[in-house]
Design a protein around this ligand. Structure first.
Ligand code: 9UX
Length: 71
């Protein structure tokens, strides 16, 4: 298992939260998604033998949000 917290730009209402939670939650291997709307954070628990952070980032970007690179 692994946990990643991503900075995501563009989420501004509860429908955004739902879109991100649904799309990330549908990624194979993802166990839990928690969106912090106020701070633009998406925390994901996932099985890192099934999913990669790239899979998660793609799911967020497919919904039209921007994932900010960590470094
Ligand atoms: Mo709310 Mo989010 O109307 O892209 S769904 S801003």
């Amino acid at each position: 298992m692994a946990t990643q917290t991503l900075d995501v730009r563009g989420m501004t209402c509860q429908h955004c939260v739902n879109a991100v939670e649904t799309s990330v939650g549908a990624v194979e291997g993802v166990q839990q998604v928690n969106v912090d709307l106020d701070n633009g954070k998406v925390a994901v628990d996932y099985d890192d033998s099934k999913a990669t952070v790239e899979n998660i980032r793609d799911a967020i970007e497919d919904q039209g949000y921007e994932v900010i690179p960590q470094e």
